[in-house]
Design a protein around this ligand. Structure first.
Ligand code: SF4
Ligand code: SF4
Length: 341
């Protein structure tokens, strides 16, 4: 993946694909779901996947909403794999049972990620270890694909130490583990509180291998310090919403807002060289990770048209809260890279 990425800069490394905005849960910090939308029709998803293949995309990560609610998800994964594209899935895990996991095995899925927010369910999130531990056991018993468990610290989390408990449980079961931070103001960095800092440091040590590449970026975020980097969103990373538009990322929807089916190499080249005003305070580590291989080349001379907070578009933040979740550690893309080495 890295070799292909280094050779040329005019293809996406990772695309996040939304087949369904609806979710069966309603975490209060989340701005990426609704409770009413229909699944995107399979034929439409096929067209989008084929287009991503034509653009030379290396990894497609299916997200949502809750993608397991899509009745034809297995066909979606198969179509991605039929192009030789690495496929990841981000789910809340609630719908996983042994039979569903075995069906996912048969699709050729490469990687699955579940975020566990606490040990006991609370009024912010019911994605708790108490509820999901049985699912983890089923995954350990049945999954042929790589599993990553993401835990969270920061604002809105009642017990910061829960993240360490979740990370330990994930490693104990043979999964990889990452930690994310929930900040209390969208796009604005603030240092973590003392107890969250302590948990961050201990969890980082625990999952050291996963953290090796991104320590600087992660540590700066935890301390509320800006990062200086070249965001290649719109080029190396594409966020494809349920309406089939290309956006920079989940936090900057509306830019560039071009239909994927009309997206060209020229769009990729332009966005590759376009500065993103939101980059210094960015907390979206998967984009940072996919941008890393281009860090030392091609200074960005194009003027940014994204500002902190983003623009509105049809799919933007129906349930916007003042919390924003960010991922730290190994994102799905590099986990896949590790697994496939
Ligand atoms: S965080 Fe995930 S599980 Fe929770 S509401 Fe959002 S999409 Fe659904
Ligand atoms: S929020 Fe981060 S990933 Fe998204 S466009 Fe801005 S800098 Fe890039």
């Amino acid at each position: 993946m890295v070799a292909k990425g280094l050779l040329s800069t005019d293809h996406p490394v990772q695309a996040q694909l939304i087949p369904m905005r609806r979710c069966n849960l309603s975490c209060t910090y989340c701005s990426e779901f609704d409770d009413f939308s229909d699944p995107v029709p399979l034929e439409e998803l096929y067209r989008r996947i084929d287009k991503l293949a034509e653009l030379g995309t290396t990894v497609v990560v299916i997200s949502g909403g809750e993608p397991l609610l899509h009745p034809e998800l297995d066909d979606v994964i198969r179509r991605i794999r039929s192009h030789g594209i690495i496929c990841g899935l981000i789910t809340n895990g609630y719908l996983l049972v042994p039979e569903r996991i075995q069906r996912l095995n048969r699709t050729g899925l490469d990687h699955l990620q579940i975020s566990i927010d606490n040990v006991q369910p609370d009024d912010v999130s019911v994605k708790s270890l108490k509820v999901l531990d049985r699912k983890l056991q089923w995954l350990k018993e049945h999954a042929d694909f790589h599993v990553n468990i993401n835990s969270v610290i920061g604002a809105g989390v009642k017990n910061q130490w829960d993240a360490l408990t979740v990370a330990k449980r994930a490693l104990e079961m043979g999964f990889s583990s990452t930690v994310g931070i929930i900040h209390d103001s969208a796009g604005q960095l603030k240092p973590l509180a003392e107890d969250a800092q302590a948990v961050f440091q201990q969890t980082s040590k625990l999952v050291k291998r996963s953290y090796a590449r991104l320590n600087g970026f992660q540590n700066n975020i935890a301390q509320g310090k800006p990062n200086h980097w070249r965001c290649r969103a719109g080029a190396r990373f594409l966020y494809i919403c349920e309406h089939g538009l290309v956006h920079y990322c989940s936090q900057q929807r509306g830019f560039p807002g071009i239909p994927l089916l009309e997206y060209t190499k020229a769009d990729i080249q332009r966005e590759f060289l376009t500065q993103k005003a939101c980059a210094p305070v960015c907390t979206v580590s998967c984009v940072h990770q996919t941008s890393l291989m281009d860090f030392w080349r091609a200074p960005q001379t194009g003027e940014s048209h994204a500002t902190v907070g983003g623009a509105q578009c049809e799919c933007t933040s129906r349930n916007q809260d003042d919390l924003v979740q960010i991922g730290l550690g190994t994102s799905i893309g590099s986990s896949i890279e590790t697994v496939t080495k």
